[in-house]
Design a protein around this ligand. Structure first.
Ligand code: ADP
Length: 155
């Protein structure tokens, strides 16, 4: 049997408990989940790529099924290169749904062999959004309750 490998692509700036919940709920569905940070030169990030990777690696240090990497270019090409037939994404609300539907349909056009799998988030995570967490953090607010246990954004 072919291994079921999913890529969970994102910026994860920062990785929140909403992201963590999606990955943990997807673990029983796949043999391996590759959390893949897209490197976009146009985007301004709060945290460095290395910092974002090290946070996510520490969250899943006891989960051998989870790998943390980064990539440039098209997500579907990255999937093919890693024998992943699935893209994992989370849906919080109708805005996510509209956006994610378009991306999934375009990805399907680009590579028909890759399926996007959506998990609808648990309601307690609906408002957790990396860009709002960043705003709170840069303005001196406490964001620890939105981050996985034991994670701090300080170096
Ligand atoms: P991107 O820059 O690609 O939007 P993000 O890091 O913001 O990447 O999000 C990656 C994925 O995680 C997306 O599918 C997004 O919808 C999902 N996601 C983000 N926050 C949450 C949350 N609180 N609950 C569930 N899914 C979420």
């Amino acid at each position: 049997m072919m291994k079921k490998i999913a890529v969970f692509p994102g910026s994860f700036d920062p990785f929140t408990i909403g992201h963590e919940n999606i990955v943990r709920r997807a673990l029983p569905l796949f043999d391996e989940i590759i959390i893949a940070l897209g490197e976009n030169s146009q985007k301004k990030y709060l945290l460095s790529l290395e910092k974002r990777k090290s946070i996510i690696s520490s969250v899943f240090k006891d989960d051998a099924q989870v790998k943390v990497t980064s990539y440039k270019g098209l997500t579907v090409n990255y999937c093919t290169a890693n024998n992943a037939n699935f893209i994992l994404r989370g849906i919080r609300n109708s805005k996510d749904l509209d956006f994610e539907q378009a991306i999934a349909q375009m990805n399907k056009k680009l590579d028909d062999s890759i399926e996007t799998i959506f998990l609808v988030n648990a309601p307690e995570y609906s408002a957790i959004n990396s860009s709002i967490v960043r705003d709170i953090y840069v303005n001196g607010g406490d964001v620890s309750e939105f981050l996985p246990k034991g994670i701090s954004l300080e170096n």
